[in-house]
Ligand binder design. Sequence first.
Ligand code: KIV
Ligand code: ZN
Length: 433
Amino acid sequence: QQKYRPFAAIKLADRRWPDAELTAAPIWLSTDLRDGNQALIEPMDLARKLRMFEMLVKIGFKEIEVGFPSASQTEFDFLRQLIEEKRIPDDVTIQVLTQAREPLIRRTFEALQGVPRAIVHLYNATAPVMRNVVLGLDQDGVVDLAVTHAKLFKQLADEQPGTDWRFEYSPETFSDTELPFALRIVDAVTEVWAPTPERKCIVNLPTTIERCTPNVFADMIEWMHRHMARRDSIVLSVHPHNDRGTGTATGELALLAGADRLEGCLFGNGERTGNLDLVNVALNLYTQGIPPNLDFSDIDEVRRCVEHCNQLPVHPRHPYVGDLVYTSFSGSHQDAIKKAFAVAKPGDVWDIPYLPIDPKDLGRSYDAVIRVNSQSGKGGIAYLLEAEYGIELPRRLQIEFSQVVQGVMDDTGKEQSAADIWGIFEREYGIHE
Ligand code: KIV
Ligand code: ZN
């Protein structure tokens, strides 16, 4: 029996992407150790990188971008450490990024020597401003750049036949690129790599800078999905950033539009406003009846690890994980929650107002759900006395006692814990142990 409502129940009524139906989780790619790391004030050292890697494995990521090994000695050494100390589980594939530049690609393959499996990720920018101003190349020149380096990938991989190689190509700045040109360059690269349905390559389409609304990006994904020459031999991946604050929506609509794979970071770390928040999307799927195949049953442990490795705090209102997200301050909310808990039976579909997910599923407790402050009403006070002290107040006494507690809060301006409320109750009604 399903605990949450199936996703189909909230499918778009006016379906813009006719093939789209979400019935299973996408392939996830964590880029915490690459895109996330490169955006940190103080990039992770080897110890923090290793701790993050082990947490990503524990959560259940099967594809993990571990770095940009040609970018720095730390990045190179971390990859060597993973390989030489045999820290990559058999069901996990590491991924590394390199720009389309020969010395960087050679150094990347050098760093990968002896790895059992790897995804090597090639990128170059494709948008007009990047072509004309940054690269100084016309469209033909940019296609030639990508194709030349895609060929080098093949050559260097053939020189290391002991590794199970997979290739990924990203037209960086895809969402600012003319679609026919994006299609041309993707088709040219995949022609070089000659993937098959049995041995697919990955085409990763980023909103390097998120500038368009999620539906527009999804339309672009649908168009690529329908037009790529080797679609059957391609894993279609997307890589949303969050400049407009809509990274999650962009990723979800891209899945509805035909994408197979999502790249992002835990709690949305990453360049500028971050990458797509993988936890957010995974738990959105979970609450709609789709198993995400990622384990967030102790979400606070994940948060502690991420905060330590990134040296950045997670906001108290962050979806699913923030300190305040299972806390209700308003009296009417508290009352509704209390009533719904009272009638909920084990095995029911989760339908508690103001709580989109059962906090217990994430290792959080109900303790903090009901808090009592000057904004709350009698429901929360009665709930805490009953839940913590087993005292069930008759309705008339609830009204009377809530006025007493309200008076204390008006005087002190402070939130009252269950213990405080019990203390007031003892004083008011002369109860002594
Ligand atoms: O945001 C981006 O475009 C990237 C690419 C290198 C995939 O991070
Ligand atoms: Zn990125």
